[in-house]
Design a protein around this ligand. Structure first.
Ligand SMILES: [Zn+2]
Length: 238
């Protein structure tokens, strides 16, 4: 799910035949786990060369990512990883709260034994990655934990919506969570896992809501002042 291997994206002669979907997915993965940070410029020729594919295919993938709100295309300047405003971040998290509460409830009702075993496995690996200080891997596993809950809820439409919301919320975390504060909320995940294993929809929904609230509270999403008085802003002692 998370690991699209380099060889799948294509090297040399195989490159041009790689589906644009895979190119988009690899770029999205790099954005999700913070390897491509918000505001990062994405020159077509460098992306094309790094993935051994044509610039036309890169352009198509970037255009898809722009439609998902993950890349910003600027006239004459090219493509950049999106840098969500405070308002955009609030909207993404509000949407994520709605989607994930519903998904947690459905997953508690519908997940199979195999689904729950996979969630447990991801949780154990995530904890180990945090313990080892391997942050990109830990972040990827954490995201996969949420995706697995979504996939086990038996509603592919909601799961697809969540996939986009996870990417958007990863971008806003990268911008609005102080560096020292980024880290595991593994206790939240464990409580959520316990509710899913107990097949308790009310508790799973409540635990997910608490988890999302905890993540939101780590971000500084206070609105920035608008239209400040310039004279007043410059009147201070130095
Ligand atoms: Zn989580």
């Amino acid at each position: 799910m998370s690991s699209i291997k380099k060889q799948d994206v294509g090297q040399g002669a195989a490159g041009p035949r790689v589906p644009v979907e895979k190119i988009r997915a690899r770029l999205q993965e790099a954005i999700d786990i913070g390897r491509l940070p918000p505001g990062q410029r994405l020159p077509e020729e460098r992306v094309a060369s790094a993935m051994s594919i044509s610039r036309a295919r890169v352009r198509e993938a970037l255009s898809q990512l722009a439609q998902l709100g993950l890349v910003e295309l600027q006239a004459n300047r090219g493509a950049f990883v999106a840098r969500p405003s405070v308002e955009e971040a609030r909207h993404s998290w509000e949407a994520r709260m709605v989607a994930e509460r519903a998904l947690a409830r459905l997953a508690a009702e519908r997940a199979s034994d195999d689904d729950r075993a996979e969630m447990r496995r991801l949780l154990t690996s995530e904890q180990a990655a945090w313990d080892e200080g391997d942050i990109p891997t830990a972040v990827g596993l954490s995201r996969d934990f949420h995706r697995t809950i979504a996939a086990s809820a038996g509603n592919p439409v909601l799961a697809e919506i969540l996939s986009n919301l996870l990417s958007r919320s990863a971008l806003s975390q990268a911008v609005y969570v102080a560096r020292g504060q980024a880290g595991c909320l593994c206790d939240d995940h464990l409580e959520l896992m316990t509710a899913l294993e107990a097949k308790d929809p009310d508790r799973a929904e409540a635990m997910m809501a608490a988890h999302i609230d905890n993540m939101i509270s780590r971000m500084d999403l206070a609105p920035l002042p608008q239209d400040v008085d310039i004279e007043d802003a410059l009147r201070f002692d130095i």
